[in-house]
Design a protein around this ligand. Structure first.
Ligand code: ADP
Length: 381
């Protein structure tokens, strides 16, 4: 087993000077035994990054290190890294046992008996020991994915790379497999990089997540750090469902003036900012307090357009006077909904919950602090 490190890794497809820059100067470290989730929208460079680690794609610039050696020039077969894909890529005519044994037969000197023992141990670990003599066509999607994982595990690699391995499964099975994979990864203690475009998967699975956009790394942190202390507008908007609400504004003395409201900042915040600067004020839906009473100078009147009762929470679509449909914002409340479409309400944005971003660069200039959320050491209370 070994840790993994990317040091200023860049990938340009095609001509080095005029090609597509798929990944740019990405540096990230995955300590030995850790689980890193690489997350970002489609086309942001996740698969390319993973394929460079696997040795399936050449690195244009920078270094990939596994343990204490640089592996840029090491061929994929010699990297001792196992990869699991969205498509299970099992051999259809071989049994589960033969599928799992194949890699070992090719890459190790183990005897047939030793291979058989290893396959059976791993199959038991994965709960597929009853299926060893079946062919992939006789298995469900979830079972096939388990075999694909088992085939990777049986090789006892230095690192696992997983490229959206659960996306072909239905929602319930996906949620189950997420938990199972996490347990398994902890139990095996193998350094793992897991790629997904799904922020929920990233939030629930990773020790740490690395958020990528347009080939550039935006933030590496625990899921809760990325959620509560986003580095920039992109991370703030990408992590969290429903998304953070954003309002364009400008600093006017100790106030953020937007089209819909003027928001007073405490001196500690406004003193650090340049008067007149263009800002984006952000607030998460669950931090907005919705009531029928005026609540001081951080409460503003708004109209309710739609309420979606989800059972555990209500998604309330709101609009300030004069705003268009695209300028709607969202608040979430728990329990039985107390407002409905057409109501006039007061929405309060508590100061400790707001985020401020520089409108031009997108950089966060004020975040709510993790401490305010009651979360300790990245764990929910
Ligand atoms: P993701 O996995 O995040 O969806 P990819 O790593 O597949 O993103 O792609 C990143 C960027 O690189 C995209 O703009 C994509 O079009 C481009 N790209 C990927 N593979 C190739 C290739 N073989 N040749 C040229 N461009 C590619």
């Amino acid at each position: 087993m070994a840790g993994l490190e990317l040091d200023d890794v860049t990938k340009v497809y095609g001509d080095e000077n005029a090609g597509v820059v798929a990944v740019e100067d990405v540096s990230v470290e995955v300590p030995d035994g850790d689980f890193l989730v690489l997350v970002g929208p489609s086309g942001c460079g996740k698969s390319t990054t993973l394929r460079m680690i696997a040795g399936l794609e050449a690195v244009t610039d920078g270094e990939v290190r596994l343990g204490d050696r640089t592996i840029n020039e090491v061929s994929a077969q010699d990297r001792d890294i196992a990869m699991v894909f969205q498509s299970y890529a099992l051999y259809p005519h071989k049994t589960v046992r033969a599928n799992m044994a194949f890699g070992l037969e090719e890459s190790t000197e183990l005897s047939e008996t030793e291979i058989d023992e290893t396959v059976e141990e791993t199959a038991a670990l994965m709960g597929i020991d009853e299926l060893l003599d079946r062919k992939p066509g006789e298995l469900s999607g979830g079972q096939q994915q388990r075999v694909a994982l088992g085939r990777a595990i049986v090789r006892d690699p230095d690192a696992f790379l997983m490229d959206e391995p659960l996306s072909n499964l239905d929602a319930k099975l996906r949620a189950e497999m997420r938990t199972e994979l996490q347990h398994l990864q902890e139990q095996l203690g193998v350094t793992t990089v897991y790629v997904t475009h799904d922020q929920t998967e990233a939030m629930t699975m990773g020790d740490r997540i690395a958020v990528l956009n347009q080939g550039e790394l935006q933030q590496v942190g625990t899921p809760l750090e990325c959620y509560h202390e986003p580095n920039n507008l992109f991370v703030a908007g990408f992590i969290g469902e429903p998304s953070m609400n954003f309002f364009d504004g400008r600093l006017d003395g100790a106030w953020v003036a937007t089209d819909a409201f003027d928001y007073p900042l405490g001196p500690a915040t406004s003193d650090d900012l340049e008067d007149g600067s263009e800002l984006v004020l952000g607030i998460r839906p669950e931090d907005i307090r919705v009531s029928d009473r005026r609540t001081g100078d951080r409460g503003f009147e708004a109209g309710v357009s739609v309420v979606e009762p989800m059972g555990n929470e209500n998604i309330i679509h709101l609009r300030f006077d004069g705003a268009t449909a695209v300028e709607e914002f969202i608040a979430t409340t728990e329990g039985v909904p107390t407002v409905s479409g057409g109501d006039r309400v007061t929405v309060e944005f508590p100061e400790e919950a707001i985020h401020l971003f520089d409108a031009e660069s997108g950089t966060a200039v004020k975040n709510r602090r993790l401490a305010f959320t009651g979360a300790v050491d990245g764990m929910l209370p």
